[in-house]
Design a binder for this molecule. Sequence first.
Ligand SMILES: [Zn+2]
Length: 603
Amino acid sequence: MELPPTRYRIVPRDPRAHVFEVRCTVERPDAHGQRLRLPAWIPGSYLVREFARQFVAVRAECDGRPVRIAKESKDTWRCEPCNGTLTVTADVHAFDLSVRAAYLDASRAFFNGASVFLCPEGRAHLPCVVDIAPSEATRAWRVATTLPRHGAPPWGYGAYRAADYDELIDHPVEIADFAHVAFEAGGATHDVVVSGRHDADLARLAGDLARICQWHVDLFGGAPGSRAPFARYLFLVNAVGDGYGGLEHRTSTALITARDALPRRGRAAVDDDYRGFLGLASHEYFHAWNVKRIRPAAFLPYDLARECYTRQLWAFEGFTSYYDDLALLRSGVVDLPGWLELAGRTITTVLRTPGRRVQSVAESSFDAWIKYYRQDENSPNAVVSYYTKGAVVGMALDLALRAAGSSLDALMRALWQRYGEPGRGVPEDGIAALASELAGRDLAPFFARCVDGVDDPPLAELLADVGIALRVRPAAGPRDRGGTPPRPGGSERPPATLGVKLAAGSEARLQFVFAGGPAQRAGLAPGDSIVAADRLKVNAESLAAAVERRAPGDVVRLHAFRRDELMTFDVSLGPAEEDTCWLEIDAKAPPAAAARRIAWLGG
Ligand SMILES: [Zn+2]
């Protein structure tokens, strides 16, 4: 006999205590005692987060009579055998401001299903119906989600449905008194809702996002005016004082942003902060194809009880990071100098990571669960980002494919047609095989060196071939993110370095000590707080100035506290690395190279 849908009910019950009440109702439960499990992680964020730790006061009843419920493991509950309708109710503490779990206070409610909805064992394939109900305090708010409505009015409380548990947890829900704007792109309605205090020019935002979204749709569709593989898409934006992050879903994304990064009324230019916000929105939208529909085989299905290993995040996150900014250029939202600056900054980030010499992007993907997502004081020395180096590998692969008459655009379309559209998983060697096929030659050596190995991609040569010069210089101070040429009137002397990164703030406290650098050789450690240089008191700014006045080879005596112990270190300064990159159009490049650049980036 066919089992009926699993029913859920969620209420933002107590905003002051940050408590949702969440109910799961199971008809004809397992006769041996129904088990229910909560995911340990949320797809898109590769860390076991143990959402069950926020479950308090879990109780069960059958046809209205209390039944025993006991935990069997950290994230599994089992009810005493019963006949009838089983209802399990939990209070869920929700005060995580990130886009990955759940949040409730007097201003807004937000949740991801993975952090609130129990999955009854053996029933993940069943349809789900969820009633999103108000509490007295939240009655005036509206509901934003791409969960299909099942009786609820548009933007209203009421019943929503999902085809199965996997879909249920892939539509985050925002409940608040939010601002709203809509636009059309790729034949789909796109809604943007903005919660939190802000004064954004929503019409401007919708106009810019419409161009970017249509560009992505056209990339995968293969022609201008293509149609999106969904009828509706939703950007859930939470505006805060300071924050940045996003999480991708099949037809929506949850974003957190500084309110100052949203476009302000009367301001025409795309400033640095707004460009960053558009890049984030573009990134998550590209994921609607790359990782939500084109998925590593290891994610079909996701095993939400434990780590799900793949060596391919460098492509699923890296290509997405390459295309997020490229889409801003190709859709006309930023100009070529603006994009060259962004690309130069991405390359700079990679060059400033010593860990790229010890960890490959394939290894970084596999170990995301214990390294990239759990960074500590040694991470820059041991970990490479599969986002930034993945983006650089993506750019290099694009240029290598273009030199062979193809492109990364063609590779993305082939991935979509072969794997995404038919719903097949990409095997671990699938991208390398497809790239070689499109290039008409064996690209295995490139993948062996730059993906499975720790080589830097040969970007300078590849860029020279399209009339762009990749240039490097030492950093000009701690706020120099790269992407721009050296400031005129700089010092003639070769700059010196301690080989450290200071923590934010006015104190000269070491956040990172780079492997093999002058500070590490002298014995300094992360966390050390430097209080004097050559017996003069220093803070972060004056320490930087003291180093700037010296030359490589000079010895500086530093006094520093390690915990509460004062220590002395004689540091022999090293030459500052040329780890800051900028890209320039090479006016002397041959016409054929300029033509290749225009084919890639436009005029
Ligand atoms: Zn991403």
